[in-house]
Design a protein around this ligand. Structure first.
Ligand SMILES: [Zn+2]
Length: 151
């Protein structure tokens, strides 16, 4: 299965971060959370986007879509800031037509937030960094909101 080499920002240890895992990745040396930035195509998308422990942000992008080139690096930064709580799944729609149509993403880029398989947020087009942070944090707050008690 695919993995990315990620250097820990705290202790500079190089780690292998798997694209598919049940828990958010941690540094083997200092145990700090690592940015979880993955890529998927149609064949491996269901496995990579499936996560029960973190919010999944799906970035449906294309090289020809100018806003994709702007929002992509910002999104990686926002997800890295929220290591341990988020996973980014970058999907080039040229390699993932089925995934694009499954999510009915006609405009590129489309950003989705998924929590336990349910869509909890959607944005199309570019965003500035502060708006992107706010949008992501609203999604995380929705996902981790404590269940209402009836008593
Ligand atoms: Zn470390």
């Amino acid at each position: 299965m695919d993995a990315a080499t990620v250097t820990c920002a705290t202790c500079r240890t190089k780690n292998q971060v798997p694209f598919v895992a049940t828990e958010a990745p941690r540094c083997t040396q200092c145990q700090g959370f690592l940015p979880w930035i993955t890529q998927a195509v149609d064949a491996d998308y269901p496995a990579i986007a499936d996560s029960s422990t973190v919010v999944v942000c799906v970035e449906l992008w294309a090289a020809w879509a100018q806003p994709s080139r702007l929002v992509g690096p910002l999104l990686e930064r926002v997800v890295a800031e929220r290591a341990g709580r988020m996973k980014l799944v970058k999907v080039n729609v040229e390699d993932a037509r089925r995934t694009q149509s499954k999510h009915e993403a006609r405009l590129i880029p489309t950003l989705l937030l998924l929590w336990q398989g349910e869509e909890i947020g959607r944005h199309t087009g570019a965003l500035q960094l502060p708006q992107l942070r706010r949008w992501v944090d609203q999604g995380i707050a929705t996902a981790f909101r404590p269940a209402k008690t009836s008593s």
